[in-house]
Design a protein around this ligand. Sequence first.
Ligand code: DLL
Length: 434
Amino acid sequence: MTFHPASAPDYLPIPRMRELQLARLRGIVARAFERVPLFRQRMEERGLDPDCLSDLADLARLPFTTKSDLRDTYPFGLFASPMAEVVRLHASSGTTGKPIVVAYTHQDLEVWTSVMLRALAACGVTAGDVVQNAYGYGLFTGGLGAHYGAEALGATVIPISGGNTDRQINVMKDFGVTAICCTPSYFLHLVDRAGELGIDIRSLPLRAGIFGAEPWTDSMRRRIESEGGIRAFDIYGLTEIVGPGVGIECDCQDGLHLFEDHFYPEVIDPETGEVLPAGEEGELVLTTLSKQAMPLIRYRTRDITRLLTEPCPCGRTVRRMTRIARRSDDMLIIRGVNVFPSQIEAALLQVEGTLPHYQIILEREKGLDAMEVQVEVTPQVFSDEVRVLEGLHQRLVKALDHTLGLRVGVRLVAPRTLARSEGKAKRVVDRRES
Ligand code: DLL
């Protein structure tokens, strides 16, 4: 595997890395303390100031940041740079109708590009590759994140974005694509569709896939690798921290290396908030060590993982985590889009004529996620004409599309059709195979 000079921090001796992290941590905590009122207030409530950090372990004394902090300070309340220095905004779903918004300075974009470059280099992408970037371009971080990293690496980037599967297949074939970036489920959909068109992806020059933005498994990797004739690498990231490029698998495909010179990992018990010893499974908490526009201290990702303790045979010294298989909250990822059941409920409540009884059914059709929301209608509406029901159906589809940014199926059902539960209502039935 060729070595790219930008990857040098991946191999720093561990004591050197810890020194760098501590120095950066002190700087970022001071910045957040001075510029972000919510963070300062929480530090002061605990009698803490930025000088309290004499060791990396002292980080555990600092307050957590959560998704609801981003929601409560919507849109710009956690920014630590004036808007004149903010050069990019991205956004992702929050737990209600409002998105969460994140900001980048020029320097933040450079860091993001550098970690994405290191991510692609770690899975063997080089300047000679032709990269089909099928992550969505726009407010979602996937498209632009992978784009700038691949360009900085010197690869040829095809900024095709998501969707339009037949065109994706033609481009892959005609442009000699050698690497693809998209969600793992979308890639399987591409393979299936190519088969229908009489094209065997295995006969094309494609050799690597950089797949993330949703959970997947080793059995799915085996399917992708055999049906696509490629090697499939897992990439992790989240909007709040930077976007894609927080962690990536290397050639060993055994855990994701974290770019911990920029994103400091801790694993906590999601119930108690206690930091767990290395190797134990819990919730990943990340601190951005260099983010200027929106530093996040101890951000609770809700993603469940475990840090690996053994050194990786690839020689990288940056720590690895196991792949993210689940979350400690109820967030669903549908075709790469984050969806909270609470958003669906909020959208349904905006439309008159439905009862607060609904169920979300998830299935995988031809490799793609399909979501149907079943909603009970009021007895009055139920006895109305078909025309009234159709109007209601359309309003619900619109409201959900508007809130989620995703077209989902809606089925109106008679009052008292959905199973009632004695305890927590079972809102989600997930029939997608892993
Ligand atoms: O999904 C960023 C991204 C884009 C990552 C492209 C990788 C590739 P969000 O939309 O904010 O950002 O969603 C972040 O998605 O907290 C995880 O729950 C989940 N997730 C992301 N990557 C993986 C992965 C992007 N490789 C949320 N495996 C995260 C499992 C993942 N879950």
